[in-house]
Design a protein around this ligand. Structure first.
Ligand SMILES: [Zn+2]
Ligand SMILES: [Zn+2]
Length: 336
């Protein structure tokens, strides 16, 4: 009888843990590019961008290693936010290392010239191995257990606020425009991602004036728990009218040592009321000690190509934690 009771309680425990399994998000270090891997409790996966080309498969190997860590053998969806080297460059190498189900993009590359043509050709190699899905604002990605809404694509942002969002944004009065951006950055595919009560947003390299369109006069996105800092923390993005309206508890910046991590962006993020921590993939040389997070919150702090990742583990109740692979430390953030 005692054995039967033990067996029953184990069965109950297993059922509970399956239902309560977390979402995992790997912030893979691709040295100033982007590669962010989401893995749902049922094992579905979404990769946002593929890092750089070249470097003897460095970025593809790091993505494949994170996928192995997450027990994923195939990447179901890869969002190519836009056609720049540090986002789409890694596609041909990635598909050699791990199969991809569907590539998601905003349509064809609008940039021309030698480099753009090479990137488009590399992307076509990837597309030859997978499905292609071209998205527009308001579309959803059919990923089980994850609510992914496209909020920007090809230079257009959602026309209407997301459910529950749309409050007037008091920060709009102080908005300062920047020069109109005619590059691929302004066409980035942006995603608002929900897992139960946990919410995060990724806007690729979406630039300043487009960020404002998402935030003014009404805040179309609402708030998030985790902000994936846009454009590697470059000062061409992270318009304060959006960053303040999003009001993140935690921000993670996928900067490189010499790319992104602008001091003014760090100041904008630190200026968010209610921000608990800023985490970074690299110490950013541009900012010096005073414009970088404390070392414990940085995955790669030396010049050596260490390639450590940050990993977020998020629960449906909105609680989450951040793990730094370098020092093996984890910080938890309770549900609010
Ligand atoms: Zn970029
Ligand atoms: Zn870019």
């Amino acid at each position: 009888m005692r054995f039967l009771a033990l067996g029953l309680s184990l069965a109950v425990a297993c059922t509970l843990s399956a239902a309560q399994k977390p979402l995992e998000i790997y912030f893979i270090d691709v040295e100033g590019g982007q590669a962010t891997l989401f893995v749902t409790p049922s094992g579905q996966s979404l990769l946002i961008d593929t890092g750089w080309s070249g470097n003897q498969f460095r970025d593809a190997n790091r993505i494949a290693a994170a996928a192995r860590n997450a027990r994923v053998k195939k990447i179901d969806y890869v969002i190519v936010t836009h056609y720049h080297e540090d986002h789409v460059g890694g596609v041909p190498q990635l598909v050699e290392k791990i199969p991809v189900g569907t590539f998601v993009d905003h349509g064809d590359n609008i940039e021309t010239g030698k480099a753009a043509t090479r990137l488009s050709e590399g992307y076509r190699k990837g597309l030859a191995t997978a499905q292609r899905l071209t998205v527009k604002p308001g579309d959803k990605l059919p990923i089980k257990g994850l609510d992914v809404t496209i909020v920007s694509a090809n230079g257009v942002v959602i026309a209407n606020p997301l459910p529950g969002a749309g409050a007037a944004n008091a920060f709009c009065d102080s908005a300062q425009p920047k020069e109109v951006d005619t590059t691929e950055n302004a066409r980035s595919v942006g995603s608002y991602i929900q897992f139960g009560r946990f919410r995060t947003v990724d806007l690729g390299d979406l630039t300043w004036n487009k960020e404002k369109e998402l935030a003014c006069p009404a805040n179309k996105l609402g708030t998030v728990d985790l902000l994936i800092v846009g454009h590697h923390g470059s000062d061409l993005s992270s318009n304060p009218v959006l960053v303040k309206a999003l009001s993140p508890r935690v921000a993670i910046m996928d900067n490189g040592q010499k790319k992104g991590g602008s001091p003014s962006t760090v100041d904008t993020i630190r200026g968010v009321a209610g921000l608990e921590d800023l985490w970074q993939l690299h110490f950013a040389d541009e900012g010096g000690k005073e414009h970088n997070a404390p070392d414990a919150f940085i995955a790669n702090i030396t010049e050596a190509d260490t390639g450590y990742y940050l990993k977020v583990t998020a629960n449906e109740d909105g609680s989450f934690s951040v793990f730094n692979q370098r020092n093996k430390q984890t910080k938890s953030y309770a549900a609010k």
